[in-house]
Write a protein that binds this ligand. Structure first.
Ligand SMILES: [Zn+2]
Length: 74
């Protein structure tokens, strides 16, 4: 079972620059960007609700993988 979660990419001032999606608690996002272990995290269900910038590559990969995996594992 794959567990997805959001992890932030931080800008210069320590503010959230962009949210990425990670899998199984990895520090490397779906788009292959390495993220700071100290960066804020959020549940993947917040992906479609946040008003902060989202990584387009992570979004495309996440939305493509999740329905498929829930279909084959269910
Ligand atoms: Zn990303």
């Amino acid at each position: 079972m794959n567990v997805y979660g959001m992890r932030a990419e931080l800008g210069d001032q320590g503010a959230v620059k962009m949210w990425h999606m990670t899998k199984d608690g990895a520090l490397t996002a779906l788009c292959n960007r390495d993220l700071d272990p100290a960066a804020p995290v959020d549940h993947d269900s917040a992906w479609t609700h946040t008003k902060q910038p989202l990584c387009h590559t992570c979004g495309a990969l996440y939305l493509r993988q999740v329905p498929y995996e829930s279909m084959i594992s269910g």
